[in-house]
Design a protein around this ligand. Structure first.
Ligand code: F6P
Length: 328
């Protein structure tokens, strides 16, 4: 029989994402609601190793639902990748009387959690938080919706300049391995072409589509490029390549960078964070471990951490088709 859970620790790890604070708040308040103790761990797994803990009450998390980033701070800990590091972390947790851990983050965070659970049989539940949306088994990760809105707002502004000056803009968005931000923001902001990590369609396709745009009477163009796209050229090299064969284009490059990760979370992300935070605590008190709480068709679902980490996420071909049709 699973050990009764009296005290839960919560941490955020990996790249920050809007909605992390709202998720911490939901975890802390669920603990309070169910009369459990809650401990915040600062600086992710590194803080776990160093015992950088603070007791949290329902009032500790006031006024943070609307804040970007994570007040617990985040890190990518090299030491936690070692057995010794994880053993130190386990000792700090047991010394503090913690029975279970909620980890909020992306694939690196879940991988660390999985190792930790395997080695110490310590109850772990993950909450998916990354602007990339690249976690298997959940329709959405925390921060993705906010990031999309930030990106679309930025591209809308760039469009004003593109159309005023008849320019071609190449805009780089985040997404090392996943094209969710690029594909969705590209459709939402009306891009002529979208380059994604999931497909290597070659540079020729981009050139053809620019040619088509010109013939169809377009005077300005926007190409959204995911940072992990597979042409083998970075965005500046792509711009150079186009300008060599098409001197007539007035080309500019814009790399959106980390503005995509910050900012106040959207209402969607705040509600998602609240659902998942409550779901995580309830899963632990129900004796569940080694799972991620995700969302599918609006409902909270439990997904084994191993499944969440699988890399065979299906690429949305239908959305690609929509992008092709609406950009003619
Ligand atoms: O994991 C989210 C992400 O935004 C990726 O899309 C991007 O490649 C990476 O983080 C950048 O991370 P860092 O903040 O370490 O530069």
């Amino acid at each position: 029989m699973a050990k009764k859970i009296n005290k839960i620790a919560v941490l955020t790890s990996g790249g920050d994402a809007p909605g992390m604070n709202a998720a911490i708040r939901a975890v802390v308040r669920s603990c309070s609601y169910y009369n459990l103790e809650c401990v915040g761990v600062y600086r992710g797994y590194q803080g776990l190793i160093e015992g950088d803990f603070e007791d949290l009450t329902a009032r500790s998390v006031r006024n943070i639902i609307n804040k970007g980033g994570t007040f617990l701070k985040s890190s990518r800990s090299e030491e936690f990748k070692t057995e010794e590091g994880r053993a130190k972390a386990h000792k700090k947790l047991t010394d503090a009387g913690v029975d279970a851990l909620v980890v909020i983050g992306g694939d690196g965070t879940f991988t660390g959690g999985l190792y930790f659970n395997k080695e110490f049989d310590f109850p772990i539940v993950g909450i998916p938080a990354t602007i990339d949306n690249d976690i298997n088994g959940t329709d959405y990760t925390l921060g993705y919706d906010t990031a999309l809105n930030t990106v679309v707002e930025a591209i809308d502004k760039i469009r004003d300049t593109a159309s005023s000056h008849n320019r071609l803009f190449l805009i780089e968005v985040m997404g090392r391995d996943a094209g969710d931000i690029a594909l969705n923001s590209g459709i939402g902001a009306g891009a002529e072409e979208i380059l994604l990590p999931e497909e290597d369609q070659g540079i020729q396709r981009m050139m053809d589509s620019l040619e088509k745009s010109k013939k169809s009477g377009k005077t300005s163009s926007i190409i959204v490029v995911a940072e992990g796209e597979k042409s083998g050229k970075n965005i500046f090299q792509l711009a150079e390549f186009i300008s060599q064969s098409h001197k007539e284009y007035d080309i500019r490059v814009s790399v959106l960078g980390h503005i995509q990760r910050g900012g106040s979370p959207s209402c969607f992300d705040r509600v998602l964070a609240s659902k998942l935070g409550v779901g995580a605590v309830e899963a632990l008190t129900d004796g569940k471990t080694n799972i991620m709480v995700g969302v599918h068709h609006q409902k909270v679902v439990h997904v084994p951490l191993e499944t969440a980490l699988k890399e065979d996420r299906e690429f949305d071909q239908e959305l690609r088709r929509v992008a092709n049709i609406t950009s003619v």
